[in-house]
Design a protein around this ligand. Sequence first.
Ligand SMILES: O=C(O)c1ccccc1NCC(=O)[C@H](O)[C@H](O)COP(=O)(O)O
Length: 204
Amino acid sequence: MFVKVCGLSTAESVREAVEAGADAVGFVLTASPRVVSPSQASSLLAAVPAGVSPIGVFRHEPVADAVAIARAAGLEWIQLHGPRSRQDVAMVHDAGMKLIRAVTMGAAPEEFEDWGEDLLLIDAAVPGSGEAWDYASVAALPALQGRHWLLAGGLDPVNVGGASRAAHAWGVDVSSGVEASRGVKDLAKIRAFVHSAKGADAPV
Ligand SMILES: O=C(O)c1ccccc1NCC(=O)[C@H](O)[C@H](O)COP(=O)(O)O
């Protein structure tokens, strides 16, 4: 199970996610209670070892702006929320970067198709809201079969196992569910989430 922990803003929280076994860490570079500046994100990279992917998260920014900001921060991966096109995916790759394309669980069927992104992320209606949804509703979508995609929205250390199994997810992403209060990460919850998620696809 691939695990991404998002909305990290301190070196301690990055280290906790990495030591727990996270595969990716997310830095929010758009309007959010979790926002970090490009220079803060750049500093946090010191706590990210090779083999763990640091990802810059954007919402309404045009692709060119997101690419420029991520590049200034030293990031090679970006995560784009908001309405996007196949041309946007190509622009990210033409810039030499990798892409997580985020769609909401109620998106039109064509948005779940493979547009060439490196990973698809299926989220609640409002990103970073901590809002749970009917995870099983995407399990049988033909466009997802055999794909690498991340489940997000309202996950926490307790529900991640059942949610990922219900959705047939390849990986998971969390932010609110590992916080003590909005925008403030809880180190014990980060560790518990990564361990729960990593154990979720083990035989029971
Ligand atoms: O975290 C935010 O505030 C945010 C703002 C704008 C775009 C994306 C944002 N977060 C993305 C994520 O944290 C995750 O990809 C995902 O939405 C998980 O959210 P949560 O339900 O809080 O676990």
